[in-house]
Design a protein around this ligand. Structure first.
Ligand code: ATP
Ligand code: MG
Length: 299
């Protein structure tokens, strides 16, 4: 029997979001033993149960209040929201945090030889997609009438198979489209993974645990996006050097033994340093430039 006092989190069992979701839980200090075939994994060191399901089921589990939290692609979440609204429901949930993985775009693609000058070219066409509601919302705004052909997989073969004139599908690199003789013509939705919470009453203990997890996630994500930078700099170029560093806070300045003209600078930057910036730093007289990853941060 499931213990309702434990926080229940739904994640994708296997697929593009599962590794990153698992990594995020681990870096937040949740110890779980994910055995391959188990639907539920119990955290060893916190009152948390992880439910591992198909990603399509996650928005519904949160909206129906079956789980407390879920990690899901915004594309799937938004499609479920529109679908439920179309059926007269008023689904509720709260977005806690947009995450830094699962990035992709939902795009319209057409055969390479088809002409496309704008959404009007799709007037009265047949479009294959797994996201009929997101597609309809976009084309309704453009006042384009179309027929959708609902396919839950292999959407990219629909034009070649004569099932549709165009497709609307997820793209990250575009390699799949190219392999199927298709060209991306319009981006209709940009998505990332996101953490959502169910609506309604929640015990103080659970809410406290959620807040703790959120703070930890914030620290993990911020650390992943930041770098620790160390370099040696001539005393008279310090301001110019700091100005080159993206999103850096004020640096720590330390003396260099036996060198009165130069100092060591340490700082946290909110972005990585590109080679071009490192080359410009070098031109200003900086040397021994080190860019290090940061594991955790707390402000
Ligand atoms: P499931 O078996 O859980 O239903 P799935 O096959 O529907 O899995 P995946 O292909 O694993 O789903 O994708 C899950 C999510 O990953 C997508 O909904 C999307 O948010 C995100 N994603 C990131 N990049 C891509 C991509 N290139 N193609 C498809 N989805 C991507
Ligand atoms: Mg799915």
């Amino acid at each position: 029997m499931l213990d309702k006092s434990r926080l229940r989190i739904a994640m994708q069992k296997s697929g593009r979001l599962s590794d990153e979701s698992q990594k995020l839980f681990a870096s937040c200090g949740i110890k779980i033993n994910l055995q391959q075939q188990r639907l539920i994994a119990f955290a060893e060191n916190m009152p948390i149960d992880i439910l591992r399901v198909r990603d399509d089921d996650i928005p519904g589990l949160v909206m129906d209040g079956v789980v407390d939290l879920g990690i899901i692609g915004e594309n799937v979440l938004e499609e479920e929201l529109l679908s439920r609204r179309a059926q007269g429901e008023d689904p509720r949930y709260t977005t806690l945090r947009r995450l830094d993985f699962g990035g992709c775009r939902l795009s319209i693609a057409m055969p390479l030889d088809a002409e496309y000058t704008g959404p009007q070219c799709l007037q009265n066409s047949r479009i294959a997609t797994s996201y009929p509601h997101l597609l309809k919302r976009y084309l309704d705004e453009q006042k384009v009438r179309f027929k959708s052909c609902l396919l839950n997989g292999s959407v990219e073969v629909a034009p070649r198979a004569g099932l549709a004139d165009a497709i609307c599908d997820l793209v990250s690199t575009g390699a799949t489209l190219e392999a199927n003789g298709l060209r991306e013509v319009d981006v209709i939705y940009r998505s990332k993974a996101t953490l959502i919470q169910r609506d309604g009453e929640i015990s103080d203990e659970k809410q406290e645990l959620i807040n703790k997890l959120l703070t930890r996630m914030q620290g993990v994500i911020q650390a992943r996006e930041s770098k620790y930078i160390m370099l040696h700099a001539p005393n008279d170029r310090l301001e110019e050097i700091v100005a080159l560093l993206p999103g850096a806070e004020r640096p720590t300045i330390l003396p260099l033994a036996g060198d009165k003209n130069r100092v060591a600078m340490h700082m946290v930057s909110s972005e990585t340093l590109f080679w071009e910036t490192m080359e410009s730093l070098k031109k200003l007289g900086a040397s021994s430039i080190l860019v290090l990853p940061i594991e955790k941060m707390m402000e």
